[in-house]
Write a protein that binds this ligand. Structure first.
Ligand code: URA
Length: 436
């Protein structure tokens, strides 16, 4: 340790290792010192593991989040003529909801700044999906973003590197040290970026199930409650929906495949679960924004009558894309067929996500290039009656040597029962979490 540092990283680690509470000063220092390189990666890894094992009090998480926000810039949307509202999903398979949702909520009269990411592992990234549209660009300056928000009402773009740089460094470290799953660290990571972004209202879509970070409802509820409290305390009106991620959302997982499905939803069609969740989140966003101008508006109407589609086209054009261009398709396809007669009762989200990833839709390392046309197309969802030999999925890739490993990932993913007794009948939304 340099003699000019006010704390010793080892003392901070010992405090948490021994189940103590970190002081505000310790937290401010350790985040700042880690960002500037005065706390080493191995020390921060040990601290992250101690946090994963021993947890943090609410007030510690709030201070940790504030310290991460203070590591970078804060954006300011106060000059806009309409209020801002954002949505964040904790990530899942086939989760293309941002694509129809942002233009839909903008069509209702709000400004939607969606700072999005790229996919890593089995969950897809919104930017990767949109980059399958010819000409579309993800990187915008803050000025371009503000101008588009004022003019079109919706922007989906890459988060600038100035936002919560401490999180960028810490997230990369957690990824390789088995510490991603700590609720205090997930909550502070997500909320530091959302609060720094400066939105006035936020709706969280916390996914539950095999394809999500949170596999069970209790942990998802705890994560949602922690994030809602952080947002509310920071002056951002925040609510959360706990939603189903046991099976993929919609009928596609893969970049261009998901854009195509999103456009179907914007055209008033598309799979029922995608429409249901898009409308549920849009209603929550209108509610959270509390803007008198949106009173009495039902987002379902704007999806059905094409007004959301008009905003989508303007949003894509504003970022250099051609919304009418033909989307890329993969060079090769193979099918997966039903092996029994009966009712499809399970179609595992994680297995489909891993298969899409192995087909080339996702990346294993940050620098990997994704295939625009790769992915999995589903022809049946849980609840459907199928017959032996029916096509259940079409696998798409440019590199056919990937088919075998994708099929390995799908082994055991499908369950067909003779009767419909256990067929899934639930709706997408399990629970709503608001501030206490
Ligand atoms: N997404 C984030 O931004 N951070 C996490 O820790 C997990 C998901």
């Amino acid at each position: 340790m340099s003699t000019s540092e006010p704390f010793d990283a080892v003392d901070v680690i010992r405090t948490k290792r021994d189940q103590g509470r970190l002081s505000d000063e310790q937290i401010d220092w350790v985040i700042d010192a880690y960002t500037r390189g005065a706390v080493a990666d191995e020390q921060m890894s040990a601290l992250a593991m101690a946090i994963l094992l021993n947890g943090m009090e609410r007030s510690e998480i709030a201070r940790w989040t504030a310290a991460m926000i203070a590591s970078g810039e804060r954006m300011d949307f106060s000059s806009l003529s309409r209020p801002t509202v954002d949505k964040h999903s904790t990530g899942g398979v086939g989760d293309k909801i941002t694509l129809p949702l942002a233009p839909l909520v903008a069509a209702c009269g709000l400004a939607v700044p969606q700072l999005s990411g790229r996919g890593l592992g089995h969950t897809g990234g919104t930017l990767d999906k949109l980059e399958s549209i010819p000409g579309w660009r993800a990187a915008l300056s803050n000025e371009e973003m503000l101008a588009q928000l004022e003019d079109v009402g919706a922007v989906i773009c890459q988060a600038g590197s100035g936002l919560a740089p401490a999180d960028r460094k810490l997230y990369a470290l957690r990824d390789v040290t088995g510490t991603v799953e700590a609720i205090p660290l997930i909550a502070s990571s997500i909320m530091s970026k959302k609060i720094a972004e400066g939105t006035s209202a936020l709706v969280l879509d916390v996914k539950v199930g095999s394809g999500a970070f949170m596999k069970d409802l209790d942990r998802a509820r705890e994560l949602a409650q922690t994030m809602v409290a952080l947002g509310t305390d920071a002056g951002v009106r925040t609510t959360a929906l706990l939603t189903d991620m046991s099976t993929p959302l919609g009928l596609t997982a893969g970049n261009a495949l998901e854009v195509r499905e999103s456009v179907e939803v914007l055209a008033g069609g598309g799979p029922a679960d995608v429409v249901e969740l898009t409308v549920a989140l849009a209603r929550e966003m209108l509610d959270a924004a509390r803007h008198p101008g949106t009173a009495g508006i039902d987002p379902a109407d704007l999806l059905a009558d094409g007004r959301a589609m008009d905003v989508w086209k303007r949003m894509i054009r504003a970022q250099g894309g051609d919304p009418d261009a033909t989307l890329p398709t993969a060079a090769h396809t193979e099918t997966v067929r039903a092996e029994a007669d009966g009712v499809l009762t399970e179609l595992d989200a994680l297995a489909v996500g891993v298969a899409a990833w192995r087909l080339g839709a996702g990346r294993a390392r940050k620098e990997d290039v994704v295939q625009a046309g790769a992915g999995v197309e589903l022809h049946a969802k849980p609840g459907a009656t199928v017959r032996t030999g029916d096509v259940l999925m079409t696998l798409h890739t440019d590199t056919p040597d990937r088919f075998a490993r994708a099929k390995d990932a799908l082994a055991g993913a499908v369950r067909i029962d003779p009767v419909a007794a256990s067929a899934r009948t639930s709706t997408m939304v399990f629970e709503r979490i608001a501030a206490d």
